[in-house]
Design a protein around this ligand. Structure first.
Ligand code: NAD
Length: 283
């Protein structure tokens, strides 16, 4: 049976370290401060917001939310982004996406100060991921995959890594993070011919397609480490990943569960980005 790579110990290790770093910042009179900008009342956003707020309190950071109605105008949303940019007491911002109105979303993403962009919503932040600049932040989920591999001791250098999914939120920036760590990366998307072949060939397989149980036996081979980023519902409405977990557990060396895998690390990575942003105030 495959080793189960749980997210919780990874998150705990990150949070323990952030608590110490927050303590050091507090001695200098700095309290990392996160603002969460939410437009609308999506249940998943509210749940994530609660989790992030709890983690802020755990490490000694400050957090507050700005909540706008789903039908907020472009001016109303941008006024809040401007307020966040101008407020020196705010170190970082998490802005939930997607917004119902994509025009407002892209205007808000363009306007946010990249120095406060903790989840890589701005084009400047994405560019910095490409350059490999360490003083800016990758998308938390993509970064969580790297943290997962590091924590469990899987070296990326020289490894054949296949990423299924090429979105701007997960697949593409994740592929770049892996290349920057000297992985040999194949990125698959909906038009890729023979994704199972590319998947089977990988030593590290990461799926972020958002398709329940897409990754079945024909995608898997012995010895693989499999990270499942997908958060989906199966035919019975039960939460599941992209990977057929039972099949994978029989074939591969190690696999992340859903829930309790990558998703459990994402908000801890957000805390890491927040603390790093606050530490920059001391430079
Ligand atoms: P998306 O829909 O924007 O992108 C999906 C990508 O997968 C696309 O590039 C598409 O071409 C590719 N794809 C779809 N079907 C495919 C197939 N059959 N073969 C190969 N490629 C295929 O989704 P996203 O926002 O990138 O999210 C992907 C998944 O990750 C979703 O399930 C989402 O819920 C989950 N997610 C999890 C976290 C977390 O914290 N764990 C965070 C963000 C997203």
């Amino acid at each position: 049976m495959a080793k189960i790579l749980r997210g919780e110990p990874v998150a705990d290790a990150i949070l323990d370290e952030m608590k110490i770093r927050c303590g050091k910042l507090a001695e200098k009179g700095i309290i990392p401060t996160l603002v969460i900008l939410r437009v609308g009342d999506k249940a998943a956003d509210i749940a994530y917001e609660r989790g992030a707020a709890k983690r802020c309190r755990m490490i000694g950071a400050r957090v507050f939310s700005i909540v706008l109605p789903e039908d907020a105008t472009k001016d109303e949303v941008l006024a809040q982004v401007e307020r966040i940019n101008k407020d020196d007491t705010i170190h970082g911002c998490l802005m939930f996406r997607p917004l119902k109105n994509r025009d407002i979303e892209s205007a808000a993403c363009r306007m946010l100060d990249p120095a406060k962009d903790l989840d890589c919503v701005t084009a400047a932040s994405l560019g910095n991921v490409f350059i490999g600049r360490s003083d800016r932040y990758a998308p938390c989920t993509a970064h969580a995959c790297v943290e997962m591999l590091n924590y469990y001791g899987y070296d990326i250098k020289g490894k054949r890594v296949t990423v299924i999914g090429a979105s701007i939120v997960v697949g593409k920036p994740l592929s770049v993070l892996l290349v920057n760590r000297s992985g040999t990366v194949t990125m698959c998307h909906i038009d890729t011919v023979n994704t199972p072949h590319h998947a089977r060939d990988a030593e590290i397989l990461i799926s972020a397609a958002g398709v329940a149980k897409l990754v079945g036996r024909e995608y898997l081979s012995p010895g693989q480490v499999v990270l499942d980023v997908g958060i989906n519902r199966d035919e019975n409405g039960k939460l599941c990943g992209d990977v057929d977990y039972e099949a994978a557990a029989e074939i591969v060396d190690a696999i992340t569960p859903v829930p309790g895998g990558i998703g459990a690390i994402t908000s801890a990575v957000l805390m890491k980005h927040l603390v790093e942003a606050a530490e920059r105030e001391t430079e």
